[in-house]
Design a protein around this ligand. Structure first.
Ligand SMILES: Nc1ncnc2c1ncn2[C@@H]1O[C@H](COP(=O)(O)OP(=O)(O)OP(=O)(O)O)[C@@H](O)[C@H]1O
Length: 494
């Protein structure tokens, strides 16, 4: 018998952390697992929320989940699983993460924005097939010989081999631009294609830290588990052994958060990236035929300067499709801008408007900052699949050559200034450039990034600096660039 007030604790209903959901065709399971912060600690060793595909098909941004495999989605992931044929998913939150999720189903596929995204993919595949047929009819070596005989360089007009579709995806903030680029890249690779993907939005990094612009060939499976869904830092050779094939990005160090922070530098880097993309097209038939997908920074309707910069990018990359997500007005404005323009191959520039998914959500400043911190941590210490041990190195001030991007860019400002190491640099991430310390500041600024180090400690009296590097060995005569962003939010050695 129990005495009221002093009796036994009423038996608790067992709280199950596992549940099963069924999705109809074209349904989505949308989920968000907040970044971990000090007030929350997981009550188990589970690294995140796990999902198993029990029946049917499911994919994250175009990359399919294998049946019966357990996938772990980590804190800091905001995404969806989509099914075209219907599926059953088993979701397990043994760690008790504050998961927010919901199932979204549409009365018919026509009402899901995914249908238009898939149709875009099929349209691009047609274009790719046409480019492949063109390549078959006009083998490159023959064309190059022809150009040489005619005394024309590789840039000469109509005889150049025509690449596959070059698609620039744009739109206002957080409408799902990156998700669409990921989806199109993943679907293309599923068809055996090897498209190039370029990122012109410094707030994100493509297979690299935020603050960079870059491009990479996507010819293999993407990592569905990492928070950035295959575009993050854990998919590169620096991240060590990986179950998912790594990609080799070509990266420029912008060192600022937004395009507006240094428009002139952004233009110059975009122009150089486009030159390298075209060079890749010239040298690799498969990549050329698969074409290009370009992700861009947010631009709103009515933003004349933003649209002018989009126009610049379209011309540099010779894009023949401009996909505008989530703004009919922006689509109209860009349609007018490109109405009478043609690519260098004489193709019209087609502006397509697509609806945004209502699942694409605004990412607030705090979430972004946490994602940036996570990317930096993962770069040096690895993710859940592969832990990395960065090397702590010590050097005298005279051994490192550091350049700094000017605080506030102004017309005629030097691209870089040589600086002494100071305590102010502690905890900043510096880019290691593929250049020599004897190169000109211009050559260093526009060389590509070899990797990053983080300054751990500066001892001004002894003129020594301690830093973390993902690889052992001296930096040799590689110069370093100290950018203006991402700021040192965290002490990696704490
Ligand atoms: N259908 C969806 N369901 C759930 N989440 C989604 C969906 N589509 C996109 N998201 C998520 O919404 C967020 C914003 O999407 P995304 O990053 O693709 O937008 P964006 O337009 O590229 O953003 P930005 O303007 O910051 O570059 C991301 O976390 C993405 O994973």
């Amino acid at each position: 018998m129990s005495i009221p007030g002093l009796g036994q604790i009423a038996p608790q209903a067992p709280t199950s952390t596992q549940r099963t959901i069924n999705l109809r065709p074209f349904g989505e399971w949308r989920f968000s697992i907040p970044h971990q912060h000090s007030t929350f600690s997981s009550n188990s060793s589970a690294a995140g929320v796990t999902v198993r595909l029990v029946a049917g098909t499911a994919e994250r941004d175009g990359t399919e989940l294998a049946p019966n495999c357990v996938y772990t989605f980590l804190p800091g992931t905001k995404s969806k699983l989509f099914t075209d044929q219907g599926c059953t998913l088993e979701i397990n939150n043994t760690g008790g993460y504050p998961l927010e999720d919901r199932v979204v189903e549409y009365p018919s596929p026509e009402q899901s924005p995914m249908l238009s995204y898939l149709n875009l993919h099929f349209g691009l595949q047609d274009h790719e097939r046409a480019a492949a047929a063109h390549a078959q009819l006009h083998p490159t070596h023959h064309l190059q010989q022809q150009q040489q005989q005619q005394g024309r360089g590789a840039g000469a007009g109509a005889t150049r081999p025509k690449p596959g579709p070059r698609v620039l995806v744009c739109g206002p903030r957080c409408v799902g631009k990156t998700s669409l680029v990921k989806l199109l890249a993943a679907l293309a690779t599923r068809m055996g294609s090897q498209p190039l993907v370029a990122n012109l939005n410094p707030t994100d990094g493509l297979l690299c830290l935020p603050g960079t612009l870059g491009a990479a060939v996507f010819g293999t499976l993407m990592d569905v588990e990492e928070p950035a869904g295959g575009f993050g830092v854990t998919n590169t050779p620096i991240s060590g052994p990986s179950a998912v094939p790594v990609k080799n990005p070509l990266t420029f160090y912008f060192g600022r958060e937004k395009v507006e922070d240094d428009v002139d530098m952004w233009r110059q880097m975009t122009e150089r990236l486009a030159v390298l993309v075209k060079r890749k097209f010239e040298r690799n038939r498969d990549v050329r035929v698969a074409g290009l997908l370009v992700d861009t920074a947010p631009v709103e309707a009515g933003d004349k300067e933003g649209q002018e910069l989009l126009g610049w990018a379209v011309r540099q990359f010779d894009a023949n499709y401009v996909v505008v997500l989530g703004s009919e007005q922006l689509k109209t404005e860009l349609g007018q801008q490109f109405a009478s323009e043609k690519t260098s191959f004489g193709e019209p520039i087609t502006v397509l408007g697509l609806d945004k998914s209502d699942g694409a959500v605004q990412i607030d400043k705090g979430w972004r900052q946490k994602s940036t911190e996570t990317a930096i941590k993962e770069y040096f210490f690895g993710g859940i699949k592969a832990r990395l041990s960065p090397f702590t190195q010590s050097a005298s001030f005279d051994e490192l050559v550091v350049f700094k991007a000017p605080e506030e860019p102004y017309e005629g400002a030097p691209v870089l200034e040589r600086v002494e190491i100071t305590p102010e640099m502690a905890h900043w991430t510096l880019a290691v450039m593929i250049a020599s310390v004897t190169d000109s500041p211009q050559a260093i600024r526009f060389s590509s990034v070899l990797g990053f180090i983080v300054i751990a400690d500066v001892d001004q009296e002894r003129r020594r600096v301690k830093f973390l590097s993902p690889v052992s060995g001296r930096l040799g005569n590689h110069p370093l660039i100290w950018g203006r962003w991402p700021e040192p939010y965290l002490n990696l050695l704490a």
